[in-house]
Design a protein around this ligand. Structure first.
Ligand code: C2E
Ligand code: CA
Ligand code: CA
Ligand code: CA
Length: 393
């Protein structure tokens, strides 16, 4: 049929507006954006709201240059200041473009490709990007995942698996780490790498973390009732720590479940702590003041220096598995692991080694003074029923 373009429009920083000025201002902004988009269109064009802060345009135009011209105009128009509750706001947008018939025939396929193009633009610096082939596709289609995840959260499609942390001296399980998976109705059990990037990008990390915390604390209460006093570890992202009120939220959940704060550990990657040191560091201080434990995850992979951690009350440092893996035959990894253990102990933190897959590595770590270990040697992450049902040798 006729040639044309499918365009995906995503507002940059919409969430910021919504969070700082409130939903009312957010809704008003979306209405202004819809008006501005509509004003540039012809009767044969289509404008649709996709939910969140995304819009789709279907533009039947035979000339790709004309599409480009229109998008340049719309982009400039959108960037004009809007006054919301007396506050001047300018919100820019990213445009992803797929052309038909070149890039597909079905609207759904075209939207996926427009999405891939837009995502590409967001990582680069261009605000209007035309689809340029499969190399733009990223592991999981952002738009699709985003829409499906909203349902996943309400339909209980997420599940937690738990991986024990074992005390290297006693061989006992002392804690379990909650690791999220998505039981996808069509694609089966998905690992976090398949959907967490989309979660982070789409503002869903807050409800996801809230879900994980509730689930993990409920599961922990069951273990406690059957005499297993394991601490529970939950992974949190930098965005969670930056959100005002996070500490109160976590404290509230602990109170609801009757859980002592020191039995919860929040794992924060070293990179998250470094990314916005001031913000995250303050959250770490607030959480610790309430007795909640903080663990620095993937230690050694980021750019945090030990001196940056000096002022922070860190309960646990987790040595990244890339160092643990070859600790038997790589002197540099040995040196790093020994240094991390010494420094962490000097700061009063426990040390846990990730990714322990052999008894030989576990033995080396125990000799080096590492406190706890985690890895396939002891157990893969398993559903909560199965935790601790095997023998540790
Ligand atoms: P992580 O926190 O570093 O978790 C450890 C990862 O290593 C897990 O992958 C685990 O299954 C895997 N692993 C454990 N033992 C071994 C081993 O002996 N050998 C090897 N090769 N791998 C091992 P998983 O479950 O795919 O999780 C990946 C990452 O996703 C996690 O890395 C964490 O950063 C993130 N993540 C998982 N659940 C959550 C969550 O609920 N919230 C947030 N924000 N992030 C999460
Ligand atoms: Ca957005
Ligand atoms: Ca972790
Ligand atoms: Ca880790």
């Amino acid at each position: 049929g006729e040639p044309g373009a499918v365009v995906l429009v995503d507002l940059d920083r919409f969430k910021e507006v919504n969070d700082t000025l409130g939903h009312h201002a957010g809704d008003e902004l979306l209405a202004v954006v819809a008006d501005r988009l509509r004003s540039g269109l012809r009767p044969a064009d289509t404008l649709a709201r996709l939910g969140g802060d995304e819009f789709a345009l279907i533009l039947p135009r035979s000339d790709a240059a004309a599409v480009r011209g229109l998008l340049d105009e719309l982009s400039a128009d959108l960037a004009r200041e809007v006054v919301l509750d007396g506050v001047p706001v300018s919100v820019e947008a990213s445009f992803g473009v797929a052309l038909y018939p070149e890039h597909g025939h079905e609207v759904e396929e075209l939207l996926r490709r427009a999405d891939a193009a837009m995502y590409h633009g967001k990582r680069g610096s261009s605000d209007i990007v035309v689809y340029a082939g499969e190399n733009m596709a990223h592991p999981t289609q952002w738009l699709v995942v985003q829409a499906e995840l909203r349902h996943a959260l309400t339909r209980d499609e997420l599940v937690l698996h738990y991986q024990p942390k074992v005390d290297l001296r006693s061989g006992e399980i002392v804690a379990v780490e909650a690791l999220v998976r998505w039981q996808h109705p069509q694609r089966g059990l998905l690992p976090p790498s398949e959907f967490l990037p989309a979660v982070e990008q789409s503002g869903l990390i807050e409800p996801l973390t809230a879900w994980v915390l509730r689930r993990a604390l409920a599961d922990q209460a069951m273990w406690t009732a059957t005499g297993r006093s394991w601490a529970v570890s939950v992974n949190v992202s930098a965005r969670n720590l930056e959100k005002p009120g996070f500490t109160d939220f976590v404290s509230g959940l602990l109170a609801e479940h009757g859980t002592a704060p020191h039995r919860l550990l929040l794992e924060v990657t070293e990179t998250a702590l470094a990314a916005d040191a001031r913000c995250a560091a303050q959250a770490v201080i607030d959480l610790t003041a309430r007795g909640i434990g903080i663990s620095v995850d993937d230690f050694g992979t980021g750019y945090t220096s030990m001196s940056q951690l000096r002022g922070l009350p860190i309960a646990e440092v987790k040595i990244d598995r890339t160092f643990v893996r070859d600790v038997l035959d790589a002197p540099p990894s040995q040196a790093i692991v020994r240094a991390v253990i010494a420094l962490a102990h000097g700061l009063g933190s426990r040390v846990t080694a990730e990714g322990v897959e052999s008894p030989e590595v576990a033995g080396w770590l125990a000799q080096a003074g590492c406190d706890e270990a985690q890895g396939y040697l002891y157990s893969r992450p398993v559903p909560w029923r199965e935790v601790g049902t095997y023998e540790i040798t």
